[in-house]
Ligand binder design. Structure first.
Ligand SMILES: CSC[C@H]1O[C@@H](n2cnc3c(O)ncnc32)[C@H](O)[C@@H]1O
Ligand SMILES: [Zn+2]
Length: 424
């Protein structure tokens, strides 16, 4: 299957914006500009007055938590988890996970996300969503490593890896998902590290999210969460570290040494009042720092353009420096660095040979007018409903606002039904 996106404005890997045509052949980009004259496309997309970017990467979420959107707000992390979220998650069945994930898929495609890194239970249902929607998914079975379900969750993560790693033409990869240092004891983490290493799998974990987590970790283990991860062997596996808010210089040095990738969640960190991650410091230290929404009960949506905007704004006001995270760097965090963080090779850039994960914004409308600087318009002004066309792996998931793989009305209906049942 060959597609030509003709005469679109495009954000290129060096940050410049140019008018080009983009040729896609199978899963990959065949040319950006200088399209060979004999390129015979099956589909031609008119790119005039559109802006093309590499697809947005949500580097940390819990897709099926869409069912819990607006269920528990204005609480801090541990109060929210222990008193509202964990009790209701205990009532969720496989069907709920599936329809919650499908609801997330609709929202992700509509807002320009092409890859998501997910951690939850019953992840074979999220794999099903990934296969059906056409999205790219980096899936981990979230493991709370204590009785009564720790061992079973660990086994389920191994099964998930066996059944789905590399599935859907390589669109699915599987990681191990020990939830956090405060839910997984050190010996359990050691076993997870061994299992991950045996399979050459990576680890997705919440680390250093709150001040209390770090204080308790120091009290109980005499080490920070990152120090503990080094001791237990988790850092040897390749780690996607969600949050990474409360870090000292030694933690940042460990992140650099072990090539830990941070998934910064500005919306969730603000809403749960967790703190402000030292993002400019991480970027300066050369730590790959991507963006995530977290689940929609702590955000409360999956709109990655909003996270790009929050990242650009939050760190300016925190550092009292308008250059702390410039617009172009924030966009890279949501695209190029995102692809690197979740371990998807050859993605996150509009260049020849890259995976064809492409989002087109329709630039007609007040928020896109006038057009001095298209990256500035995208990061500081554009509404996500101007996402017009979404391609993953060379296949169109949305064209001119029309979803190609998902039955939106049925999904909204079923998700509403599931949410009512679990909250009754
Ligand atoms: C065991 S599956 C994953 C688990 O993580 C919970 N969760 C959602 N958001 C956060 C967060 O910000 N920090 C820690 N844990 C979080 C989710 O509800 C699932 O129980
Ligand atoms: Zn999370």
């Amino acid at each position: 299957m060959k597609t030509l996106i003709k005469d679109t404005m495009a954000v290129l890997p060096d940050g410049s914006v140019k008018e080009v045509s983009i040729a896609v052949d199978g899963q990959r980009i065949a040319a950006v500009g200088d399209v060979p004259e004999n390129f015979s496309a099956d589909t031609v997309i008119d790119g005039k007055n559109h802006l093309a970017i590499p697809g947005l990467v949500n580097a940390h979420t819990h897709a099926s938590m869409t069912l819990l959107r607006s269920y528990a707000d204005d609480m801090n992390l541990m109060d929210w988890l222990q008193n509202k979220i964990w009790p209701i998650e205990a009532k969720m069945r496989k069907d709920d996970i599936y329809w919650g994930a499908m609801l997330a898929a609709v929202e992700m495609v509509r807002t320009g996300t092409t890859t998501f890194a997910d951690m939850y239970g019953d992840m074979e249902k999220v794999a099903e969503m990934t296969i059906e929607s056409g999205l790219r998914g980096v899936l981990a079975r979230g493991i709370i490593g204590v009785a009564p379900n720790g061992e079973q969750a660990f086994e389920e993560n191994k099964t998930l890896f066996k059944d789905f790693h590399g599935a859907a033409d390589g669109r699915i990869t599987v990681m191990f998902g020990p939830h956090a240092p405060y839910t997984c004891p050190p010996d359990f983490l050691r076993r997870v590290a061994e299992a991950a290493k045996e399979r050459k799998a990576e680890v997705h974990i919440h680390l250093a999210e709150t001040k209390g987590e770090v204080e308790n970790c120091l009290k109980e283990h005499g080490k920070t969460p990152f120090g503990l991860m080094e001791e237990t062997g988790i850092l040897d596996c390749g780690v996607l570290s969600a949050h990474s808010v409360w870090l000292n210089d030694d933690d940042i040095a460990l992140m650099k040494k072990y090539h830990v990738r941070a998934a910064h969640n500005p919306g969730s960190n603000m809403k749960l009042a967790s703190g402000i991650a030292p993002v400019p410091k991480l970027l300066k230290a050369g730590v790959c720092t991507a963006l995530g929404t977290d689940g929609t009960s702590s955000n409360n949506n999956l709109d990655m353009l909003e996270e790009v905007r929050l990242a650009a704004l939050l760190h300016k006001v925190d550092a009292l420096d308008p250059l702390a995270v410039p617009a172009g760097e924030a966009l890279k965090m949501g695209t190029e660095y995102g692809a690197e963080a979740v371990g998807v090779k050859d993605a996150g850039k509009l260049e020849k040979g890259a995976l064809a994960d492409i989002v087109l914004y329709n630039m007609h409308g007040p928020e896109w007018t006038p057009k001095f600087d298209l990256v500035s318009l995208l990061v500081y002004s554009a509404p996500s409903h101007s996402v017009d066309t979404v391609m993953v792996d060379g296949k169109l998931l949305m064209e001119k606002g029309e979803l190609k793989t998902l039955d939106e009305e049925k999904i909204l209906f079923e998700a509403e039904k599931c949410a009512k049942r679990i909250t009754q």
